[in-house]
Design a protein around this ligand. Structure first.
Ligand code: ATP
Length: 394
């Protein structure tokens, strides 16, 4: 129950007297029913159109943002916390990729257009549950079950194939619901027509599950990944990665699935990864440098200096066969901030050098010397080394 939550109370104290019924739905309800800690922001379903919600909330001086009017969603902000309010909907028409929806005030109609039984669980703030399809029992049994006929639900929106596996990875346990699994396998070809964004969103969220390897392995065997991720060669490395990673990172987990010669740029484009994600994937897949775990702290520092702590940690965590104290290396990547080279081109000019490529190569030579000395040399020592080199090769 959320009745003790002051922001929730404020929201319901405004909606209730206006004759509006709102119920929690989605992640918050699943987590609460499972007794798991709540993650993310609450989603609510409401039986009035967005315009009415905006009017009522604004009249009560609650900040409300039209975050997704197209989908019937507005966000109320109370005590700095967002509450996403989505008007009940029914599907008018679907083509497997998009749905034309209309508002309704019928809770069962809204429930019927949701995908899995436990995604149609609604709750009042006092904890009363509305469970039209026995989702609670499925959640308790770790069973991901389509609402209605699986083939038909997939035909309405093929993304549901990936959602089936995403929710299985998070809330399911083996075996799969066989009707759902077979329908997903039968319809896997339909994944082709989806947008890269939607596919990426589901797949990365799947990879964030605590232990997604079995699910991904089953998807690969059922040819679910053939179109969107043909570079996936198996889940052995994902298992090894998960056994040692200090924080789950979906893009790193993605990298662990890929064949070593996979084209990170092509994958980044196909899955509409952000520039930063694509770059990270590229660095993780690059052949160089080979991560030298056995080389000890000095070798670790040199590589952390070159790659930065985060990318070094990515590479290290993926280098699951490299011998050596990877825990020590990882701790260093997380804790040690590489220093800055204490000399620069300006210092070379002060020593009488003319601007030009020579300056750069001298500074690089001093940098290599400084790294080789394990970053011990201070500015005075680096200046002396620079001067020595300028004299030696003017
Ligand atoms: P999480 O907490 O992981 O975000 P969620 O359940 O909130 O999980 P969303 O993808 O945000 O996941 O969806 C919110 C709700 O909207 C779902 O619980 C489901 O009822 C419904 N829903 C979302 N996408 C679909 C879809 N493609 N088909 C049917 N129902 C959907």
């Amino acid at each position: 129950p959320w009745s003790h939550d002051a922001a929730v109370r404020t929201l319901f104290d405004v909606l209730g007297p206006a004759g509006i019924t709102a119920r929690f739905v989605g992640g918050w309800v699943r987590d609460a029913v499972r007794g798991a800690p709540l993650r993310g922001e609450p989603d609510l379903a409401v039986d009035r159109p967005p315009e009415t919600l905006m009017d009522v909330l604004e009249a009560a001086r609650i900040k409300v943002v039209p975050t997704g009017l197209k989908h019937g969603t507005v966000t109320a902000v109370i005590a700095g916390r967002p509450f996403e309010l989505t008007t009940l909907r029914r599907d008018v028409e679907t083509d497997g990729r998009h749905a034309v929806v209309a508002y309704t005030d019928d809770w069962l109609e809204d429930a019927s257009r949701r995908d899995f039984t436990f995604n149609a669980l609604y709750a009042d703030p006092d904890g009363t549950l509305y469970d039209p399809f026995d989702g609670r029992a499925d959640l308790a049994a770790a069973h991901v079950r389509f609402i209605g006929d699986a083939d038909q639900r997939i035909a309405e929106d093929r993304l549901r194939i990936l959602r089936f596996f995403r929710f299985h990875a998070w809330y399911g346990k083996p075996p799969f619901d066989s009707e759902g699994f077979m329908a997903c396998r039968r319809n896997a070809g339909g994944l082709r027509g989806l947008s890269g964004e939607r596919v990426r969103n589901e797949f990365l969220r799947l990879l964030e599950a605590p232990a997604p390897a079995d699910t991904v392995g089953a998807m690969r065997e059922a040819a679910i990944l053939d179109h969107w991720l043909p570079e996936c060669i198996g889940v052995a490395k994902l298992r090894a990665l998960i056994a040692r990673e200090d924080e789950p990172a979906s893009v790193r987990r993605l990298a662990s699935l890929l064949s070593p010669d996979a084209d990170a740029t092509a994958i980044g484009k196909r899955l509409r990864l952000s520039t930063q994600q694509a770059l990270r994937l590229e660095v993780m897949l690059a052949a160089d440098p080979v991560i030298d775990v056995a080389g000890g702290p000095k070798a670790w520092r040199a590589q952390i200096y070159a790659l930065g702590g985060n990318l070094y940690a990515d590479r290290l965590l993926l280098a699951t066969e490299a011998p050596g104290d990877w825990r020590g290396a990882l701790a260093m990547a997380r804790d040690w901030t590489p220093p800055e080279l204490p000399v620069s081109g300006g210092d070379a000019l002060k020593l009488g050098l003319k601007p030009g490529p020579k300056v750069g190569s001298l500074i690089e030579a001093v940098e290599r010397w400084w790294i080789d000395g394990d970053f011990a040399a201070d500015r005075a020592a680096c200046l002396a080394e620079l001067e020595r080199r300028v004299r030696a090769a003017p």
